[in-house]
Design a protein around this ligand. Structure first.
Ligand code: ZN
Length: 445
C-alpha cells in the first residue's frame, strides 16, 4: 500500500512538471449556480485541472479544449444527505449484501444521476471508513462518501434488523449510550444518527434519557447528531435536547411557530425526505413515470417486476398504512413550506437505498419535484439540493455551487430546470472534479 502510494505521488509530481493542467473551455452554457440566482447565459466557463478558474473571463492555455454548450444548462451536483449504502441488492435488504463492491456499485449509480455526494445515515459497516478515505482522495470513483457510521436504535424497535440494519448500537442505559458514542467518535463520523420513533405505536421508542446522553456525548466529542423522527412532540424535545439535524419530515401535525423559532435560532437543519413517503404508497396508484426509462434504470434487478405485480399493488392498496402515508406526505409538504419560509436551512435527502422501492438516483429528482409541489420555486429547491447539502457536509468551500475556485463538478442538462424542475432529469453529462464521469443513467442517451 505504501509503495503504491509513493508511486502515485511520484507520478503526480511528474505530471506537474510537464506543464500547467489542461484547460477546458465550456462555450455558451446557461449557468444555474446553486445560490438561487436566476439562470445566466455565459460566454464561457473555464476549467483547469479539477477546478473552475474563470467564468466569463480571460483565460490562458494554448492547448485549451473547447466544448460547445449552447442550449445546455449546468447546475451543481446534487448532495443527498440522507441515503443508505450497500445493504440493498436486487429485491433484498440484507446485511450480507454490504460489501465494498456493492457500496461502490451504489456510488456509481448515484453519480450517473448527478449525485455528487451521499451521506449514509447510520447503517454502515466498519469498512465504510476506509472506503470514505479512498472516496475523498478520488481513488474510489462514484459519489463521494459521507457517513454517520454505526447508528443508534432501540432494542426490538427501529431500525429493523430485518432490513439489513443490524450494525446499529442499541444502548439500554445513558452510560452505555455515552460509551457507544465514544467508540464511534474514534472514527470521526461526519455526524451521528439515531432513530426516535415507535413506527405508529408498533414498537418501543428510544427514551429521552438515552437520546439526550447521545447528543450530549457527541457534542463533547465535536460531532453533530441527526434523528429519524415522525412526531411533532419528539421533534420539540429533540431540538430542546440540542439535536442538530432533523432527518425526516415531521409528519403527524403541522409544526407550530414556537418550534419553528427554536429550530431557526439553534441552526437546526431540516431534511424532508418527501420521496420516502411518496414511495410508500405510490406504486398502488400507477404513477405516470412507472415506465419512464429514467426511473426504470434506477431500479435494482427484479424491483420493476415486483412493484408492477398485481400482488404488490394489491398489498399497497389494501394496506391501512398507505392511507396514513398519504396523509403524512400532505402534512410533510405543508411543513416543508413552513420550515422554508421560517428561514430554517433545508437540505435534500431521500432515504434511497433503505428499501428496494426507494430507487437510488431517481429519488433525488423526485425529491426536487416534490419540494416544488410543496410551494417552493425550482431555483429554491436546486439550492436545497446542492449548496445546502454541501453546507451540512461542511464541503461548501469546494462544492455546492458553481463558482471560480470551486471544483468543476456539475450536471449538464438538455433542458432548463428553472422552467420545469422535471428537466433536472434531462441529464446530458455529469462532470466531477474537472472530468466527465457519466453521460447519465441511460446508455442510449
Ligand atoms: Zn434513513
Amino acid at each position: 500500500m505504501r509503495i503504491k502510494y509513493a508511486l502515485y505521488t511520484l507520478l503526480m509530481l511528474l505530471a506537474g512538471l510537464t506543464g500547467p493542467a489542461q484547460t477546458i473551455v465550456l462555450d455558451n452554457p446557461t449557468l444555474i449556480d446553486g445560490t438561487g440566482k436566476a439562470p445566466r447565459a455565459l460566454h464561457n466557463l473555464v476549467i483547469q485541472g479539477d477546478k473552475i478558474v474563470a467564468i466569463d473571463g480571460e483565460y490562458t492555455g494554448r492547448r485549451a479544449t473547447k466544448i460547445d454548450m449552447r442550449g445546455k444548462y449546468i447546475i451543481p451536483l446534487i448532495n443527498d444527505v440522507h441515503a443508505h449504502l450497500g445493504i440493498l441488492k436486487d429485491t433484498v435488504m440484507s446485511s450480507a449484501n454490504y460489501t465494498p463492491e456493492n457500496v461502490h456499485r451504489h456510488l456509481l449509480k448515484f453519480e450517473a444521476y448527478g449525485v455528487g455526494a451521499v451521506l449514509c445515515m447510520g447503517t454502515d459497516h466498519p469498512e465504510i471508513f476506509d472506503l470514505r478515505r479512498a472516496s475523498r482522495k478520488d481513488s474510489l470513483t462514484g459519489a463521494t462518501i459521507y457517513t454517520a457510521g454505526r447508528g443508534f436504535g432501540e432494542n426490538s424497535g427501529l431500525p429493523p434488523p430485518s432490513f439489513g440494519m443490524d450494525q446499529v448500537f442499541r444502548p439500554e442505559t445513558p452510560d452505555e449510550a455515552r460509551k457507544d458514542v465514544r467508540e464511534m467518535a474514534v472514527y470521526h463520523p461526519d455526524l451521528l444518527k439515531m432513530w426516535v420513533d415507535d413506527g405508529r405505536g408498533k414498537v418501543p421508542k428510544m427514551p429521552p434519557e438515552i437520546y439526550s446522553a447521545i447528543i450530549d456525548e457527541a457534542h463533547k466529542n465535536g460531532i453533530r447528531v441527526a434523528a429519524h423522527l415522525w412526531y411533532l412532540e419528539d421533534a420539540r424535545k429533540l431540538v430542546d435536547a440540542g439535536l442538530d439535524v432533523i432527518a425526516h419530515s415531521v409528519r403527524d401535525q403541522e409544526i407550530d411557530d414556537d418550534l419553528l423559532a427554536k429550530m431557526k435560532s439553534k441552526g437546526v437543519i431540516y431534511i424532508p425526505t418527501l420521496s420516502l413517503d411518496e414511495f410508500a404508497f405510490m406504486y398502488g396508484d400507477d404513477p405516470d413515470w412507472i415506465n419512464d426509462p429514467f426511473f426504470k434504470a434506477s431500479l435494482e434487478p427484479g424491483v420493476y417486476e415486483m412493484i408492477t405485480s398485481p400482488a404488490y399493488k394489491n398489498k399497497v392498496t389494501r394496506d391501512p398504512g398507505s392511507a396514513v402515508e398519504k396523509a403524512a406526505l400532505q402534512t410533510a409538504l405543508k411543513n416543508l413550506k413552513k420550515v422554508y419560509d421560517a428561514g430554517i436551512m433545508v437540505a435534500l435527502g431521500t432515504d434511497a437505498g433503505a428499501q428496494p422501492v426507494r430507487a437510488m438516483g431517481f429519488s433525488e429528482h423526485m425529491e426536487l419535484e416534490l419540494m416544488v409541489k410543496a410551494g417552493l420555486t425550482p431555483l429554491q429547491v436546486i439550492t436545497i439540493g446542492t449548496l445546502n447539502g454541501a453546507v451540512l457536509l461542511r464541503a461548501e468551500k469546494e462544492t455546492g455551487t458553481i463558482a471560480v475556485g470551486k471544483k468543476a463538478s456539475f450536471i449538464v442538462l438538455d433542458k432548463d430546470p428553472a422552467a420545469d424542475i422535471r428537466n433536472s432529469r434531462t441529464i446530458h453529462a455529469v462532470w466531477k472534479n474537472g472530468k466527465v464521469v457519466s453521460s447519465g443513467p441511460l446508455t442510449d442517451h
